[in-house]
Design a binder for this molecule. Structure first.
Ligand code: HAM
Length: 414
């Protein structure tokens, strides 16, 4: 039986693993500058947490969650996103009391049962940030700028920042009524739309089948109250003054129910149809709805795989070379112990020049020829050969694996 990784999942290794960890390293640097602290939450949670937070009628909850029962019949779900978990942790650990203005970031795997294609997977990685306790539009602008800085930091320069406001409950109530009236006049809505129209008319706007029929659909901007309008304008003017190019996009509604007021996406045309690299927005009611103190919040998450796809042609990751590989070989088997302890010393102390090196070998019981073949296979830059005569004179042979020249070097010099 040949086992394969489950559909929509990938093994990440070699250059891709290096790029993924460089992205995470860059993110940590940027998060530190903005004062965000790391939080790690479990990869699975009570399924009801996601249903309540993300919304019963969203695609994620209706079709995409990995739900299972544990041995005590608890209904659990692999996390499809990080915001609900963060808010659960914020409340459970009483951070709403001790850190009312908390800035958190997380990095980790998320799971959604979606149809796999380039940029869309069943297990993928998100780097996310959540800023709790700050109701100011300045927090929204900072979050968008932070997300953009992250993309800049891996060499992505071309991006399309889309921003919209979904208003507060009052604006949404009026908008919802207008939508229901409008959709009732649209003929032949699909089954999903009819169901959503009853439960959550805003979700009808998401429909991929019927959207071409929605000409003259009500616009949220016509229903924003003065406060929401002013907040949105302030977000936009702050973005402008920070030099962020954006497009205000009324069609942006996002696929999660917890959003209030600002929502945004950052897209790239370098990645095909799954073009949203980053998505986020404000969710002022979620902490209260999940049982915490009412705490305004705003955040985003980027999809690491999509960001790496967008960054692949920027050359950013090529500039980070792997460390130089050094192989330790033995021409005489009795020198194995000396060669081994030398390798350990070299691993611990690094090279004298301060160059980044990785040390391999020695290998016991192999001829020198097969050791050198192995050194070529792992692309060693140099091989240090322990040979009896030279060793007795306090020397090694150092072989340059590219041009195959070799020189004698004093042990003390190396
Ligand atoms: P989301 O739009 O569901 O929002 O996902 C955020 C990002 O994760 C997307 O823009 C995309 O880059 C990536 N992503 C989503 N699904 C997949 C997939 N199947 N395969 C690969 N990448 C994917 C959220 O998750 C919200 N929690 C964001 C947020 C944080 N809002 C406020 N705070």
């Amino acid at each position: 039986m040949n086992y394969k990784a489950p559909r929509g999942t990938h093994d990440i290794f070699g250059a891709n693993a290096l790029a993924m960890s460089l992205l995470e390293q860059q993110a940590r640097v940027i998060f530190k500058k903005h004062g965000f602290e790391e939080i790690r939450t479990p990869a699975f949670e009570d399924a009801a947490l996601f249903m309540r937070s993300i919304g019963q009628t969203t695609d994620i909850v209706e079709k995409e969650m990995y739900i299972f029962e544990d041995r005590k019949s608890r209904k659990l779900a692999l996390r499809p996103e990080g915001t609900a978990s963060l808010v659960r942790a914020f409340i459970e650990n009483r951070l709403d009391i001790s850190m009312p203005a908390g800035r958190f970031f997380y990095i980790g795997e998320m799971f959604r049962y979606e149809r796999p294609q380039t940029g869309r997977y069943r297990q993928f990685h998100q780097v996310g940030a959540e800023f709790l306790g700050n109701p100011s539009p300045a927090a929204d602008a900072e979050i968008i700028i932070l997300a953009q800085d992250l993309l800049f930091s891996v060499g992505i320069k071309e991006m399309d920042v889309r921003v919209n406001s979904l208003g507060c409950e009052k604006c949404r109530y009026l908008f919802r009524e207008a939508l229901v009236k409008y959709f009732c006049s649209v003929r032949d809505l699909c089954e999903d739309c009819i169901r959503r129209l009853e439960k959550n008319p805003l979700r009808v706007l998401d429909c991929k089948t019927d959207s071409h029929k929605f000409t003259g659909v009500p616009r949220i901007s016509d229903y924003l109250c003065d406060y929401c309008k002013d907040s949105f304008n302030l977000v936009l003017s702050l973005l402008e003054s920070a030099g962020c190019n954006y497009t205000a996009d009324e069609k942006l509604v996002r696929g999660l129910d917890y959003y209030t007021r600002t929502v945004f996406e950052i897209r790239s045309d370098a990645v095909g149809s799954q073009d949203a690299l980053v998505a986020g927005g404000r969710y002022d009611n979620l902490v209260g709805e999940l049982g915490g103190q009412n705490t305004p919040a705003v955040g985003f998450a980027l999809g690491s795989e999509r960001v790496l796809l967008a960054a692949r042609n920027t050359g950013f990751f090529d500039s980070f070379q792997e460390s130089e590989k050094i192989f330790i070989a033995i021409a005489d088997q009795e020198l194995f112990n000396e060669a081994f302890s030398f390798a350990v010393k070299m691993i611990r102390n690094g090279s004298k020049s301060g160059k980044d090196i990785s040390v391999f070998g020695p290998v016991n019981g192999k001829s020198l020829t097969s050791q050198l073949k192995f050194a070529d296979k792992i692309k060693a830059v140099k091989t240090i050969v322990f040979a009896k005569t030279e060793f007795e004179n306090g020397k090694f042979l150092v072989k340059n694996m590219k041009d195959k020249t070799q020189v004698e070097v004093l042990i003390d010099e190396l």
